[in-house]
Design a protein around this ligand. Structure first.
Ligand code: MG
Ligand code: MG
Length: 631
C-alpha cells in the first residue's frame, strides 16, 4: 500500500497544501477539484509544482453524477468526462474518480449503470486512462461497495475498477468479508478516514467529522485486514473532511496524517505478518507498565511551599541527588522528583511555565524500542540524553514541550533512583496514597486530536469515547486514553482536556498561565476518608464542595447519615457506574492553575465525569470571574 493524502484534508492555498504534503513525507496526492479551480495558476503549473515537490498526482476528485442519465443528458455527461480526461492528462494523472450519483434525474438499474461504465472504460482506454467507481454512503441508487463492485464487474472493462472508501463502508456498518472476494487488480484506489460514532445523517457526518485513523471510533483495523486479505497493493489515501483541520495548520495536519497512516499500515502489516506497504517497518508498540515518576520544575522561591504541600500529602523525602539540586519524594508506588537545579531542561521549562510538571517517566516493556518508535513517528522525536540525573534516560518531546522518559527492566535504566540519588530517611507519616491513578493534561482544543494521535500511535493504548463536560464558562471536551491498565490497575491513564470557549478554566489554564500541560494528577488511596482526615490534620487546603451537592447525594440514598456527614466535612464526592463506586476530592488550585486529586475506586471504570461540572464551578468560584491569580 502506498500512503497518500487528498488536498481537501488541509487548509491554505493549493501550493501551501502541496508543500505541506511533500514536507510531511508523502509521495502521492489526490487533488480536490475545488482546490484546483480556486488556484490562479494553470493545470500545467500544478503539474510542474508537484513534480518539483516529488509528488505523484493520482487523481482529481470527484467526478459527480455520471451514471444513469437518459439522453440527451447522458451524452452531455460523457462530454463532461472527456474534458475531465483532458485535465487528467495535462496533470499527468491517469485515474478518473467517479462517485455514485445523487442526481434526482438519474435512473437506477445495474445493467444500465454497467453499460455507462463500459462506455466510459472504452473512452478512457483510448487515452491510456482509467475510471474508478466509489459508492457514496448517501448515493441515490448505489450506496454499498458490493453494488458498486457488481456494476464494475458487469461493465467488464479492464479500464474500469472499484474505489473503496473506509468511511462510506464503515459508517453504514456494511460487512467487510466481501472485500476479500474482489480481485486486487480491480480495486484502483482506496481512501481512508476514521470518524467518531455519531447519530448524524451520512452526508453531515462525512463532511464535518471525518478524522485521521486512530482519532475516531471506526473499525479501521478490520478494514485494513480486509485489504490485506485481498492483497491490495495500491494507494491508500487519507480523505478527511474536518472543520478543525480546515481551520488548523496545513503543516501539522499533514504531519499527523502521515504519522497516522504509517502506523495504520504498519499495524496491519504486523497482524498480517508480512509487509503490506511502501513504508519502513516500525519498532513494536511498547506496553506501558506504570508511571515511574513525575518530575516537577520548581524554582527556589516556590520550593518551600511545594515541599510543604508534598509533606502535607504524606510524601517522604527519600533521595537527594548526588550532584544536582534535585530531590526525590515517595509514597506507596508514587515517586515525585522536584527539580530546582539552575541548569538543564527543568530550569528552562520552569522559566517559561512556572512551577509545573516538566516530565513524566513511563516504565515500558522496552525503553529503547519505544524511543526508536518515537523517532520514526514523531515530528520532534528525540530530546537527547537528558534526565533528572546522571543517568541519561531515553526521552521524547511531549505536550507543551515537556518530556516523556522511558525506563524498563531490561537495562540499567530501572536503577535511575539508586544511581542518581543518595537515599534519605525522613520521618513523615504516610497519608495512604498508593499510586498514580490518572494524569490530566489540558491543551488548546485544536491540539487535542494531535495529542490523541501522539499517544495512540506511540504506545499500545485504548481510548474511551470523548465526553463533553460543562464548565461555568463553556464546554470542555474530555478524552481518556488508557495504556497498559489491567484489572483497573497500573499502566497509564491520561485525561486530555480542551475547550473552544476561552472562558473555561481549561482554556484559562492554557492561555493565562503557561500553555498546554499537566493540570492535575490524581493519586489513589484505599481509604479516602482516612487519607482526607490526614490531609486535613496536615493543613492541606482542600477544594470546598457546595452543600447542595450533599443534599443531592443524600437523596440518592447511598449513605447513612454518619458517612454522609464525613464525606461532606471532608469535601469528598461520589459516583457509581455499572461496575463499581468511586470517591474523589481535590486540593485547592495552586499558583500555576494546577492541583492534585485524591481518588478511591473499586471496579469503577471512569473518572468522575458526572462530578466534573460541580468541581469546575467550585474552582471557578475561587479564581473569580476574570483572571486567575497569577504566580
Ligand atoms: Mg471518498
Ligand atoms: Mg481527575
Amino acid at each position: 500500500m502506498i500512503p497518500a493524502i487528498a488536498t481537501v484534508c488541509l487548509s491554505g492555498s493549493l501550493p501551501e497544501k502541496l508543500r505541506a504534503i511533500a514536507d510531511a513525507g508523502f509521495s502521492d496526492v489526490e487533488i480536490f477539484e475545488n482546490d484546483l479551480i480556486a488556484y490562479h495558476g494553470s493545470p500545467s503549473d500544478v503539474r510542474k509544482l508537484c513534480a518539483d515537490l516529488g509528488l505523484n498526482i493520482i487523481t482529481v476528485q470527484p467526478f459527480r453524477d455520471f451514471e444513469g442519465y437518459d439522453e440527451p443528458r447522458r451524452g452531455k455527461t460523457f462530454d463532461r468526462a472527456e474534458r475531465k480526461f483532458d485535465l487528467l492528462q495535462t496533470l499527468g494523472a491517469d485515474l478518473l474518480f467517479v462517485c455514485s450519483s445523487v442526481s434526482p434525474e438519474a435512473n437506477g438499474g445495474i445493467e444500465r449503470l454497467a453499460a455507462d461504465f463500459h462506455e466510459l472504460g472504452e473512452r478512457a482506454a483510448k487515452r491510456g486512462l482509467r475510471a474508478g467507481f466509489e459508492a457514496l454512503a448517501w448515493g441515490r441508487f448505489v450506496n454499498d461497495y458490493r453494488d458498486a463492485w457488481e456494476i464494475v464487474r458487469r461493465a467488464a472493462h479492464p479500464s474500469v475498477g472499484l474505489i473503496l472508501d473506509s468511511f462510506h463502508i464503515l459508517s453504514r456498518g456494511t460487512e467487510l468479508d466481501s472485500i476479500a472476494t474482489i480481485p486486487a487488480d480491480r480495486v484502483f484506489f482506496v481512501q481512508i478516514a476514521d470518524a467518531p460514532k455519531l447519530n448524524l445523517d451520512y452526508l453531515s457526518w462525512s463532511r464535518h467529522w471525518r478524522c485521521m485513523p486512530g482519532q475516531g471510533e471506526l473499525n479501521l483495523a478490520a478494514f485494513m485486514d480486509a485489504l490485506a486479505a485481498m492483497n491490495y497493493r495500491g494507494a491508500t489515501s487519507l480523505e478527511i473532511f474536518n472543520d478543525r483541520f480546515r481551520a488548523g495548520s496545513a503543516r501539522s495536519v499533514a504531519i499527523d496524517g502521515h504519522r497516522s497512516l504509517i502506523a495504520l499500515i504498519d499495524d496491519a502489516s504486523k497482524r498480517a505478518k508480512r509487509p503490506l506497504g511502501r513504508i519502513n517497518a516500525l519498532p513494536e508498540r511498547p506496553t506501558v507498565e506504570s508511571v515511574e515518576f513525575i518530575e516537577f520544575a520548581v524554582d527556589e522561591t516556590e520550593r518551600h511551599n511545594f515541599i510543604d504541600l508534598l509533606h502535607g500529602l504524606g510524601f517522604q523525602l527519600t533521595g537527594k541527588h548526588r550532584s544536582k539540586d534535585v530531590i526525590l519524594f515517595s509514597q506507596g508506588d508514587i515517586r515525585i522528583v522536584v527539580n530546582s537545579d539552575k541548569e538543564g531542561f527543568a530550569h528552562s521549562y520552569n522559566m517559561s511555565h512556572g512551577t509545573s510538571v516538566c516530565a513524566m517517566a513511563l516504565r515500558v516493556s522496552d525503553a529503547l524500542t519505544t524511543l526508536a518508535r518515537g523517532e520514526a513517528l514523531l515530528e520532534e522525536p528525540y530530546a537527547g540524553a537528558i534526565g533528572p540525573g546522571e543517568l541519561s534516560l531515553p526521552a521524547v518531546r511531549g505536550l507543551g514541550g515537556s518530556l516523556i522518559y522511558f525506563v524498563d527492566d531490561k537495562s540499567e535504566l530501572s536503577r535511575w533512583s539508586e544511581v542518581d540519588f543518595e537515599p534519605v530517611v525522613e520521618e513523615t507519616k504516610s497519608a495512604g496514597l498508593l499510586s498514580i491513578d490518572h494524569i490530566s493534561q489540558t491543551m488548546q482544543y485544536e491540539e487535542m486530536l494531535t495529542w490523541l494521535l501522539y499517544y495512540t500511535t506511540l504506545l499500545k493504548t485504548a481510548k474511551l469515547p470523548a465526553q463533553a463536560v460543562m464548565d461555568p464558562g463553556g464546554v470542555v471536551q474530555s478524552q481518556v486514553i488508557e495504556a497498559g491498565v489491567t484489572d483497573n490497575r497500573g499502566g497509564l491513564r491520561l485525561v486530555l482536556n480542551g475547550s473552544q470557549s476561552h472562558r473555561t478554566l481549561s482554556s484559562r489554564f492554557v492561555t493565562e498561565f503557561f500553555g498546554s500541560g499537566v493540570q492535575h494528577i490524581a493519586f489513589e488511596t484505599a481509604d479516602i476518608i482516612a487519607t482526607m482526615e490526614t490531609l486535613a490534620r496536615n493543613g492541606v487546603a482542600i477544594l470546598a464542595i457546595p452543600e447542595n451537592y450533599y443534599d443531592d447525594l443524600n437523596a440518592k440514598l447511598e449513605f447513612d447519615d454518619t458517612t454522609l456527614a464525613k464525606l461532606k466535612r471532608l469535601n469528598i464526592m461520589f459516583d457509581r457506574d455499572t461496575n463499581g463506586i468511586f470517591f474523589q476530592a481535590y486540593t485547592q488550585t495552586l499558583p500555576g492553575g494546577w492541583f492534585f486529586e485524591i481518588v478511591q475506586r473499586s471496579d469503577y471504570k471512569g473518572y468522575g465525569a458526572p462530578n466534573a461540572a460541580i468541581r469546575l464551578v467550585a474552582q471557578a468560584r475561587l479564581v473569580g470571574p476574570d483572571t486567575l491569580p497569577r504566580r
